[in-house]
Design a protein around this ligand. Structure first.
Ligand SMILES: NC(=O)c1ccc[n+]([C@@H]2O[C@H](COP(=O)([O-])OP(=O)(O)OC[C@H]3O[C@@H](n4cnc5c(N)ncnc54)[C@H](OP(=O)(O)O)[C@@H]3O)[C@@H](O)[C@H]2O)c1
Length: 302
């Protein structure tokens, strides 16, 4: 490694990025743009061509990549990929900080933190909340958890990926938040495609349907915030006052959605899952409660 790569000032410390999918490439570009020397490694070396042209240095091996920087970002499909890459480079890990920004389960993030500690490395879990084109922009936010002092030590470099939101010491916490957020995101995406398919059977093109559906999706937050200073406060208190949107009313609509999709011959997996939440709450005698009551059945599945 040359002198530039080993530079350790807090402003322009060396950073390694392992994993050059769209996210890893975007992170590398954001770090380079801020003046950090960046070393990269990717299983498929050709994927590094663009960032190397932008100024990154391609390491020949994972061990060389880890050895180039105190701060090592991992942007991979899952945590298995981290072990596949680093199992042969564990001797290089001592004293490094691994920041794994990959999707997986909270338990696997906790296991990885223990694995890293066993090799003398610090570990932060990260969950990036924006797609690649938004990485490094003012709109980008990244959840982190792990040791607070490690977070503080690397905050300025990590902030170049997106505004860091530190959740706490438990390395599983940021992953839990990421999976919770993606549960909302993926379910919403499926709902949008279900609804687009429904409207398509009536001859409406997706180009016409999606703007209508997205406008409704955009208002969900405002609807849920209306009338309550802090959404979730009643839920935390175990209260589900059924003044407006009762389980019975919403459950009837869930039935209508299932009936409509059945008559259209569309896939029923999503409509049936939603219907099941309301049916369960009604069976448990909570039809007069607010729709939030469905959380009981989610928390305690039969
Ligand atoms: N894309 C998004 O919009 C987005 C947004 C937020 C968070 N994320 C998360 O960010 C992470 C990266 O996303 P991405 O879209 O950049 O991912 P991606 O296209 O899936 O790229 C994954 C990277 O993982 C590598 N990889 C996968 N399995 C491997 C293995 N067994 N051994 C070695 N390398 C392996 C790939 O190497 P090769 O190039 O050799 O295949 C590639 O560099 C994911 O966990 C994703 O959930 C993505």
């Amino acid at each position: 490694m040359n002198e530039r790569q080993n530079h350790t000032s807090s402003q322009h410390s060396a950073v390694t990025v392992i994993g050059l999918g769209p996210m890893g490439q975007a992170m590398t570009r954001a770090l380079l743009a801020a003046g950090h020397p960046v070393t990269v490694w990717n299983r498929t070396a050709a994927r590094a061509d663009g960032v190397v042209a932008a100024g990154a240095t391609l390491a020949a091996t994972p061990a060389e990549a880890v050895g180039a920087s105190d701060l090592v970002l991992l942007s991979l499909t899952d945590y298995r990929a981290m072990y596949d890459i680093l199992d042969g480079a564990t001797a290089a890990l001592a004293g490094r900080t691994l920041v794994n920004l990959s999707s997986d389960t909270p338990d696997r993030s906790r296991e990885a933190a223990a694995w890293a500690a066993g090799h003398g490395a610090a570990f932060l879990t990260g969950g990036v909340m924006v797609p690649a084109p938004m990485v490094g922009t003012a709109a980008a936010q990244v959840y982190y958890s792990g040791p607070a002092q490690v977070m503080e030590r690397h905050r300025s470099a990590l902030a170049l990926v997106g505004a860091p939101k530190y959740l706490g010491e438990d390395p599983g916490l940021a992953q839990m938040m990421y999976q919770a957020q993606l549960a909302v995101f993926l379910t919403t995406l499926s709902a949008l495609m279900q609804a687009t398919a429904m409207l398509g059977t009536a001859g409406m093109k997706a180009g016409e349907a999606l703007p209508e559906l997205l406008a409704s999706a955009d208002t969900i937050g405002a609807i849920l915030r209306a009338g309550e200073a802090s959404p979730g406060t009643a839920l935390d208190a175990g209260e589900h006052p059924g003044d407006l949107s009762t389980v019975t009313m919403m459950g009837a609509t869930a039935d209508h959605i299932v009936e409509t999709n059945t008559s259209l011959g569309l896939d029923l997996a999503l409509p049936l899952a939603v219907q099941a939440h309301y049916r369960r709450a009604i069976e448990d005698g909570h039809g007069g409660d607010n729709w939030t009551r469905i959380i009981d059945g989610i928390r305690s599945p039969r």
